[in-house]
Design a binder for this molecule. Sequence first.
Ligand code: NAD
Length: 430
Amino acid sequence: MTKKILVIGLGKLGLPMATAYQEAGHYVWGYDIDSQASQKAREAGIGTVAIFDEEIQDLSSLSKVRAIDASLLIVPTPSRSNNMFDPSYVHEAIEKIAYALRGGSKYHLVVVKSTLMPGQMKEISEKLYTTSKRDERTLGVAYSPEFIALDDNIVRQMRDPNVVLIGAEDNESRERCLDLYHSVIDQEIRLYTKTTYHTMNFINAEIAKLALNVAITQKIAYANSIATLCESFVGGNVDKVLTLVGSDPRIGDKCLRAGTPFGGPCFPRDVRAMNALEELIDSLTFEGGKGTKLPSSAIEMLNEERYLELFSTLFNQLENTNSNKITILGLAYKSGSRFVDGSPARRIVDDLEREGVRVYGYDPRVTAFIGVDVKNDIDEAISASNVILVLNDERVFRRLPWHLYPQKTIVDPWRIVPAGPNVIQFGVAR
Ligand SMILES: NC(=O)c1ccc[n+]([C@@H]2O[C@H](COP(=O)([O-])OP(=O)(O)OC[C@H]3O[C@@H](n4cnc5c(N)ncnc54)[C@H](O)[C@@H]3O)[C@@H](O)[C@H]2O)c1
């Protein structure tokens, strides 16, 4: 049944979310404190379809908000200096919605989709009920964070998710949130793929969101550490080893590939947040803390080691070739994506710049990157320097006629360039 949906926060995820609900036949309204937000996101090529049925300029337009069936909140929760997420934007939006809902009687479901720290949802829910002066009979609230990779298929991921997580404290909220998912998930695609649904209370949902992302980073960090091991033995080959490990159904082969350190807008900050939380719990549980190394800190440490391995290899090659220029192929945080926030390239470029190294770059989906002379032709980028770093595994890099560049030194963490005397592959004996 067609519902009136309000998406609050029209950024990288909000705009595609609005698109997905609109594609599914709902009547979609949008709101953002920045009136240019949806335009900016569209210009960046995100969620290109969403042209709102109506874009609300002011959440205090009571009659409009009260007519809506569900509000989906997808506003930022930036990391604080202690690495925990700051829920202020969520509180700000909840307050506005709650005021607008005062006095109304039509059932309204609020779904918080932003990533929260464990324990934050309780306060948000209390604020919603207290400020709106409503109760569970006419107002529902759920925490249902997204597990989305920021690539060029965000809308598709929303209509065909692997995992749906719903945190709710009452049955009506839970069921209505489930109904929303059933309405937006593409029924034809679902004949071929399987979505798993998980409903639980707020606190478990908050922990589960972080726990899943941490588990993925753990697999990546583990794969990279096995790569380092394989490099130390004649005949070592990480792909052989991890193919065996991943074939065991207790482990699985997804995200079990050695390459660059993990990056992006979510993984590093989620691991840091979990680490901060573990340290806090440790210090509260044991006087002065146990001082042990906790799981998330080990993941961070392994990821950092991978960066250091990459740097030392690059600097050795710069020295060997007596050069101070590098070309990076792959500037986005992963292949298939145009997003550069937190990408491995960002960290590497910053460190290279500090050492006075000039950086050229190419990525089929990225046209600008601070500190990099980005070329829009791959040959031009490769010609610009003698040391080439292949930083993500875009298909176009796999298909390059690499044999045409025998004078270039190629550093290849993903092992996509055919082996040769000038190719330094990570994860195999060197
Ligand atoms: N980007 C990802 O890969 C990803 C994946 C999963 C979860 N998340 C989570 O989703 C949330 C949003 O992420 P994003 O990448 O879409 O953020 P974003 O910064 O791209 O967009 C957020 C938008 O919210 C708007 N906003 C801020 N406060 C507001 C308010 N009070 N009312 C209305 N609009 C407001 C901002 O103007 C901005 O346009 C974050 O909590 C993030 O952790 C992000």
